[in-house]
Design a protein around this ligand. Structure first.
Ligand code: GRF
Length: 200
């Protein structure tokens, strides 16, 4: 069975969407561990309430690689095959990325490479784009930068504010994260340059 390690910092709705996909038989995997760098993350409580192993490894005041070494050691101990960043508000070190080559995914609420970083939905509104969306991509040590696995597009409406747009995007996030995890676990892809291509 494929063992997932899910890293969060906050609300944890993408974690829950993956957990629901597993519980409902739409994803052949199990969640080995949920790790939060923030002790107050709501997602941590949600994970525990579901009976999952969930721990906080505090990142405050820690040097990046030293922190990542703690996280990787925990993931290894739990025999995690695939790492899913789900609202994990930290860049990973080259060390972490090198430990799980093409086995770390992230979700971002924009059509990358537009609007990386914080408040992607606000960036989209301020730029005036007519469509935005979300992206699941492989993670490297740069911000929201690795090869793209799945994207979904949503319209930006004249009446939108940040919350309305974020909610429309989030619905798609929950759908495509499962899709991306399924594809990566199936190993039915190859990476050519920056392109993630499906193979039969
Ligand atoms: C999502 O919008 C995700 O794309 C971004 O952070 C947010 C996390 O939300 N990286 P949640 O914690 O999964 O509810």
């Amino acid at each position: 069975m494929n063992r997932l390690g899910i890293l969060i910092s906050g609300r944890g709705s993408n974690f829950e969407a993956i957990a629901d996909s597993i519980d409902e038989g739409r994803l052949d995997a199990e969640i080995a561990i949920v790790i939060s760098n923030n002790p107050h993350a709501k997602g941590l409580r949600k994970a525990k309430a579901r009976g999952l192993k969930a721990v906080c490894i505090r990142s405050r005041a820690m040097e990046r690689e030293a922190y990542d070494r703690l996280v990787v050691a925990t993931l290894r101990k739990e025999e995690v095959d695939l790492v899913c960043l789900a609202g994990f508000m930290r860049l990973l070190s080259a060390y972490f990325v090198g430990e799980y080559p093409n086995r770390i995914l992230n979700i971002h609420p924009s059509l990358l490479p537009s609007f990386p970083g914080l408040e992607a939905q606000v960036q989209a509104l301020e730029h005036g784009v007519k469509h935005s969306g979300c992206t699941v991509h492989f993670v490297d040590e740069h911000l929201d930068a690795g090869p793209i696995i799945c994207q979904a597009v949503v319209p930006v409406l004249d009446t939108d504010n940040e919350d309305a747009l974020a909610a429309r995007i989030l619905k798609e996030e929950h759908r495509i994260y499962t899709e991306a995890v399924r594809l990566v676990l199936s190993n039915r892809f190859r990476i050519e340059g920056r392109r993630v291509l499906r193979t039969p």
